[in-house]
Design a binder for this molecule. Sequence first.
Ligand code: AMP
Ligand code: ZN
Length: 664
Amino acid sequence: MNIEQQIQQLRKALSDHNYNYYVLDSPTISDFEFDIKLKELQDLEAKYPEFFDANSPTQRVGGEITKNFETMPHEHRMYSLDNSYSKEDLKDWETRIKKLIDGHIQYTCELKYDGASISLTYENGSLVRALTRGDGFQGDNVTANIKTIKSIPLKLKGDYPVKFDIRGEIVLPFEGFNKMNEERIEIGEEPYRNPRNTASGSLKLQDSAEVAKRPLDCLLYHLIGPNLGVQTQFESLEKARQWGFKVPNVSKLVDSLEDVFKFINYWDVHRHDLPYETDGVVIKVNNLQQQEELGYTAKSPRWAMAYKFKAEQVSTRLNSISYQVGRTGAITPVANLEPVELAGTTVKRASLHNADQIEKLDIRVGDEVFVEKGGEIIPKIIAVDLSRRRPESKPTIYITHCPECHTELVRQEGEAQHYCPNYNGCKPQIIGRIQHFISRKAMDIEGLGGETVALLVNEGLINNYSDLYELTKEQVIPLERMAEKSADNLIQGIAQSVDIPFERVLYALGIRYVGETVAKKLAKHYKNIEALKIASHEDLVNVDEIGVRIAESVQEFFMSEDNMKIIDRLKHFGVQFEISKEQLAGQTNKLKGKTIVISGVFETVSRDELKKLIEDNGGKVSSSISLKTSFIVAGENMGPSKKLKAEQLNISLINEYEFLQILK
Ligand code: AMP
Ligand code: ZN
């Protein structure tokens, strides 16, 4: 077998495995074996660039940057769908189409996936282009981003037509969406509102490597082009599935509207069990010949109809609007409602998002409003019942000043949210920041909880986290629910926190976008706060994994005189602002570039100590053995599967003594 054949064979194997994993959801090899093959292919492709293929499985990691997405015409127009909201609507539709065509009508029932629509073009079995819907006539070329979505085949299988378009929906399944949000909350960013907008926003990211990280999926539903070799919609779904596309198999071929209604009734309930969001059913005339006879209106096909599920909805009175201030100063308006039952829970509050939203819907206190529970966690107000509006009602005037500290709010160009800029003087921001400071992953102050922090601030005993270190037992004893013992614990806990290492102190400061990992990176790179303080923008973005946004936020933090004063005080109290002497002394570059796996039980060192030793000496600790593993520090009782992997990959094992010897 020559090199080219070897490369082709690997590509084929990898795309088959991608298919098994992401489309069929039933992998036949382990992630580990997959990685080996991928690495093998990457190496070959690097060595023999003459065999480059834009649709090789190695291209899925992304990396291509698109500054401006090129607008391109759709070869076949992307139509909308007509909507129906009741069974009556559907009966009317059937009556209309029966006048236009002869013969028995079968219908394909599909779910209406709620995401961003996409049109993919394939030529000779290869993906050549992906366009967003745009205005239906032309869309944006997002091919580089689309290629990173693993369930979209880059190469097709079977008897596919020479050239065709296929349409589908890019969705973000709930699980991945929730995970993305957890990470955002962790670094102090606003969570994404719903999966659909996040999916469509993802398509327009400039860095395709970022898209590759998002757990997007693509569900296909429509083939278009000449000589497809199919007679019906249902057949075309089956064919597309055979060529390697992800086509949900919940679709059903039925013989009458009665059966369409059964499908609707079933999925109206069971859609909540699906891993992604749906907002209705799409009913299509099955026979393509009949479809052709029916044709299109100005906007949509006559042969299809969307039936929208009724989101669970109730109407209730809006009693008042309150405004919350978050730890970062972001203002969120909240609707206080007359309590009402909705989808099994009592709803008292609903999110109003921001000023634009209130204005757009003209929401006023005293209105009867419709509340709906969609994909979001908190219910939202979707409309006002204008017929019941009282004549004396007045338009809502959005607050101009912070409800907590009365500072004038600001709103950055292009941002929906108002912010309170009073960083060091606004109570919820102060409390939130101190609560973050003492939290477990930060200063981990024992004996002090979030509620006590609020009490301390409200009593005027502390105003920022540096004040904690001057608290006395006499000051805290009078606080509610504080006894002699707990006061002691609190003071002691604070005193002990001065030993918390620099990297966690850096995280504790609550600099926007500086989460745990970033703090570690910065601490390691700059070694002390002075060096970090004077770091230039250039210098910051050159640090591994530090981007423009983080760099700007870090610089802004150190520009504030208040922040500098607080840091000086913390220093004065003994809080760590440089990595410790031992850490510094023990730090070398001896293991630079090495990825090391720790496995088993050790006699003279703990796993944590080993881990720290590796990191201090410039190495990287990894939990699983792969081709990237440089060596394994192995103790007693190393797992048999790990042992086998190490053998297969020819990775050497060393014991703890040998390891310590290396570091000497
Ligand atoms: P609308 O945006 O309400 O006009 O609905 C039309 C859109 O529904 C289409 O452009 C598709 O993006 C989307 N859609 C979702 N699932 C399907 C499906 N199974 N068949 C056709 N269109 C669908
Ligand atoms: Zn404020």
